[in-house]
Design a protein around this ligand. Structure first.
Ligand code: PLI
Length: 465
């Protein structure tokens, strides 16, 4: 009582039924493993990792109900009952008319890009995402960033840094003509900006603008549930609306969506693309059989679709999402208190360390964010991911590095997997790396694959002088 009287903390709305041991690896083992991996955390074996914050994609812990759902898999080649459960869940919660399942998000991006982009058309979006832009470009599209400028500044505390800059979009339409725009590629929340949300007011205004010009809006709904939490928390008029209700309204302003269910929907594999337009659906449903599988399984087992259908419902529980984002914020608050530079405000799925501010002495060509991920692994066995110049890749026309203003290292929090004590250990390791930041020398790239280079590129450390 006394000082703490009246205080109410959040806590996870679940308890742990099964555990998986973690492995602590020695400093010598970590040095060897990192060198073998070419200083790229994607190339580490997970057995050499202690706390794995590479991604929140497919790394979720499923619930007992989802595991039970796996046993109800109907593994028929065609017309599996689990497909119909998934279809009903997507129609009920996201509100789209037609569903095509895919093995994961990029399978959906591939199909949508192929059917909805004509070579040479522009695809404006609120910041690029790696796989999304790659598929848009493979289909001949020209990605154009139309996110608000605040998104490019890690310290700007705009509450909806994912918003579309409507003026920039209108200027593009005026310059190129609506016919040269394939669709607006709208992400909620925006991963590469730091998990930053889009406001309901922004998507409403975007709808009005696009309807005036006859342009479609396609939504990357991968982390829309997290976006809905920020709308409920920050936007006037939404405090008493449920997360499910906010998600449904948001989708109603768009013409279709694609999904990596490996994030919000609390599964380890799966995705979909859903649209309202019947002609577009028929093209997608036809193409899926070439690349993914029949239109009632799209590369998934029946059991996977059942787990997704259950996961959609679980993800929309208000107390679940509050605890999910609460954990991310807990880590963010620790780092902010220690004055470690991170993207502010803290977003939905990860803490993004600002590697430019962390290593002020390293130019972007020495890959500061990649260096930071490597140093963090060396310090404690924690695995993070580069989200800077390596991830941004090269300009397809000029072949030059794309140089994003954001040079970030992402500590991504899997859902329902780690505890608050793990977050303390992570924060302490980041602090130690920060305390020793003056010694970092940077990296040079010694192998660069053609597509999505961040996954497989190899580096060597620069010698200390
Ligand atoms: O990893 P996929 O193919 O299921 O989904 C691709 C994908 C699409 N959109 C967004 C916003 C993503 O974040 C995304 C995948 N993200 C990964 C793998 C990540 O680590 O963030």
């Amino acid at each position: 009582m006394g000082q703490q009287a009246g205080r109410r903390s959040w806590a996870e709305p679940w308890k742990i039924k099964m555990v998986e041991p973690l492995r602590v690896v020695s400093r010598e083992q970590r040095e060897r493993a990192l060198a073998d991996a070419g200083y790229n955390t994607f190339l580490l074996r997970s057995d050499d990792v202690y706390i794995d914050l590479l991604t929140d994609s497919g790394t979720n812990a499923m619930s007992d109900r989802q595991w039970a759902g796996l046993m109800l898999g109907d593994e028929a080649y065609a017309g599996s009952r689990n497909f119909f459960h998934l279809e009903e869940a997507v129609q009920r919660r996201y509100g789209y008319r037609h569903l095509v399942p895919t093995h994961q998000g990029r399978g959906a991006e591939h199909l949508l890009s192929k059917v909805a982009i004509q070579p040479g058309q522009f695809v404006p979006g609120n910041m690029y995402f790696t796989t999304t832009r790659a598929h848009q470009e493979l289909a001949g599209g020209v990605f154009t960033d139309v996110i608000i400028p605040e998104a490019h500044d890690p310290s700007d505390r705009h509450p909806f840094k994912g918003n579309v800059d409507l003026g920039a979009l209108e200027a593009l339409i005026a310059r190129e003509g609506a016919g040269r725009i394939a669709y607006v590629s709208l992400a909620a929340t925006v991963n590469m900006a730091g998990g930053q949300p889009v406001s309901m007011a922004n998507v409403r205004a975007l709808r009005a603008l696009c309807s005036r010009h006859g342009i479609r809006i396609m939504l990357d709904a991968t982390r829309l549930v997290e976006n809905a939490f920020f709308i409920q928390e920050r936007e006037e008029g939404f405090a008493t609306r449920s997360i499910a209700d906010i998600v449904h309204e948001f989708c109603s302003y768009t013409d279709g969506a694609w999904m990596s269910s490996k994030k919000d929907s609390l599964v380890n594999i799966g995705g979909w693309v859903a649209v309202n337009d019947t002609a577009l659906f028929e093209e997608l449903r036809n193409l899926v059989v070439l690349y993914e599988g029949l239109h009632t399984y799209g590369g998934l087992a029946g059991r996977d679709m059942e787990a997704m259908a259950i996961g959609i419902e679980e993800s929309l529980q208000d107390d679940y999402i509050r605890a999910r984002i609460g954990q991310v914020r807990y880590l963010g608050d620790l780092l902010t208190d220690w004055e470690i530079p991170i993207v502010q405000p803290v977003g939905g799925h990860a803490i993004f360390l600002d590697a430019r501010a962390f290593y002020v002495h390293l130019p972007q060509d020495l890959f500061p964010a990649q260096t930071l991920a490597a140093e963090l692994y060396l310090d404690s066995g924690i695995r993070a991911m580069e989200r800077g110049i390596v991830s941004a890749g090269r300009n397809p026309l000029t072949g030059d590095h794309t140089r994003p203003r954001l040079e970030l290292t992402r500590l991504t929090i899997p859902r329902r997997v780690y505890t608050q004590a793990h977050m303390d250990v992570v924060a302490e390791s980041v602090k130690n790396v920060h305390d020793n930041r003056a010694w970092a020398r940077g990296l040079r790239m010694v192998y660069e694959p053609k597509y999505l280079r961040f996954f497989q590129a190899r580096f060597e450390p620069l010698p200390s002088n």
